[in-house]
Design a protein around this ligand. Structure first.
Ligand SMILES: Cc1ncc(COP(=O)(O)O)c(C=O)c1O
Ligand SMILES: N[C@@H](CCCC[NH3+])C(=O)O
Length: 421
């Protein structure tokens, strides 16, 4: 459920008409709903009421500090994958003891920063990484709390580009080496083994892969305990899908039941890293129709948003519902059209032969479910400024990241002295 609904003949974000934001901010822009963010966080964390669970919102999905702070105020922790994200989380008010650090390529200086901050744990993904962390922590005279991310070799049944738990993927340590790696790590200085971590992929719409992975993790925890390790934490990652089209993913309560059935009796703290589930349906991308072009074979609706603003359709064949802002258009006649952006790539196509309402130059549309992996993946390709972000709360709204000017964008380049003049 989200808080983007038609009222008074047009699409609103909570109690603010999106057209009013478009008038002051210009298009394209991302708009997030505080009520939806809060609702999703509460539904997810509420599914684990009574369990020893820590929800660490995965910042990569949407790392605007206003979004992070909204969630931090509800008690959320953070899953970060770089020093940049770690700084954002701390700056936005997430206590370091609720922060986990994931990712296959943590650099020594990032490890140092995280150790100084006092984060909850490093989710280590390889042997060279744990040796480096051991050196860094020892040189600082501290202990680094860790889990190893294990690769359970299960098929998450999601898009290949966002599947992470197969043996062929770069993530985690190989299942057959886990026992040896834990034994060798136990002898390393500066490292405190705390548990096991797994994350098998993103936008999962089936609980079966979770069941397989979590049961494997449960057996592994028992095995590692038998081998003398003090396992007190299990991090189950994120990945629960959201409805983009007609596929209805499992409810958080059903997911929680699977997780708790597998892991609930181990006496461990259970950590979750949901990203998309929290922010995906809490955001829309609003764009204006620049032209409608009738070509020989197709009708093209050309928008002022492009693949650089929302890459999901080009990169993962991602589906986003595209709704007109005006309700009369929503209820009117539909005909097939390609919805495209102005970027000079054929891949800059949001939808092909999609049934679309009758739209004309100047009309506004909203891409639904654009709160996750939208603004964070934007680029300035074709010298298009990064798209601004707006947060709504009730009848108030605020720009939470402004649109940079073209002057600012151009100033990023530096002419070498031999080209000056
Ligand atoms: C380690 C890790 N944790 C959490 C997430 C969040 O995933 P999602 O946004 O699908 O919940 C990801 C991204 O897939 C990830 O790589
Ligand atoms: N960027 C992907 C999700 C990647 C998940 C990252 N671990 C998407 O838009 O669907």
């Amino acid at each position: 459920m989200d808080h983007f609904t038609y009222k008074n003949g047009e699409l609103y974000a909570e109690d603010v008409p999106l057209s009013a934001i478009a008038e002051t901010v210009g298009t394209p822009f991302y708009c997030y709903s505080t009520a939806t963010l809060e609702r999703h966080y509460k539904v997810f964390s509420g599914a684990f009421d009574g369990a020893n669970a820590l929800v660490c919102y995965a910042l990569k999905a949407n790392s605007n500090q206003a979004v992070i702070r909204t969630l931090a105020k509800l008690g959320s922790g953070a899953d970060v994958v770089s020093e940049g994200e770690l700084r954002r989380a701390i700056e936005a008010g997430v206590p370091p003891e609720k922060i986990v650090f994931s990712g296959v390529g943590k650099k020594p200086e990032e490890m140092r920063y995280a150790l100084e901050a006092g984060i909850h744990q490093f989710n280590v993904e390889s042997e060279p990484e744990v040796r480096t962390l051991s050196e860094v922590a020892s040189s600082m005279g501290v202990m680094a709390p860790i889990t190893f991310r294990v690769n359970p070799d299960v098929d998450a049944k999601t898009h290949a580009k966002i599947s992470t738990g197969k043996a062929e993927n770069k993530f985690g340590v190989p299942w057959q080496d886990v026992s040896r790696i834990y034994a060798e790590t136990a002898a390393l200085p500066g490292i405190a083994i705390k548990g096991v971590d797994v994350h098998i992929g993103s936008q999962l719409t089936d609980l079966e892969p979770y069941k397989n992975a979590f049961n494997r993790v449960r057996d592994l925890v028992q095995q590692l305990r038998g081998e003398g390790h003090d396992i007190t934490r299990v991090d189950l990652g994120g990945g629960l899908g959201i409805p983009y089209d007609s596929t209805i993913p499992p409810a958080p309560t059903a997911y929680a039941a699977v997780a708790l059935e597998a892991i609930g009796n181990l006496g461990c703290q259970i950590i979750f890293e949901p990203g998309r589930l929290i922010v995906g349906n809490a955001g829309v991308l609003v764009s204006e129709v620049i032209y409608v072009k009738q070509a020989t074979q197709r009708k093209f609706i050309i928008l002022d948003a492009a693949m650089n603003d929302l890459i999901r359709p080009a990169m993962y064949d991602g589906y986003h519902q595209i709704d007109p802002i005006r309700e009369d258009q929503k209820q009117g006649k539909y005909s097939p059209a390609d919805v495209v952006g102005p970027v000079c790539e054929t891949g800059d196509t949001f939808a092909r032969e999609r049934d679309m309402p009758e739209l004309a130059r100047g009309d506004l549309v909203a891409f639904r479910s654009a709160g996750a992996y939208g603004a964070v993946m934007a680029s300035t390709y074709n010298t298009r400024p990064l798209v601004p972000e707006v947060l709504v709360k009730g009848d108030q709204y605020a720009v939470i990241r402004a649109r940079p000017s073209l002057e600012e964008l151009l100033k990023l380049d530096i002419l070498p002295q031999w080209l000056e003049g």
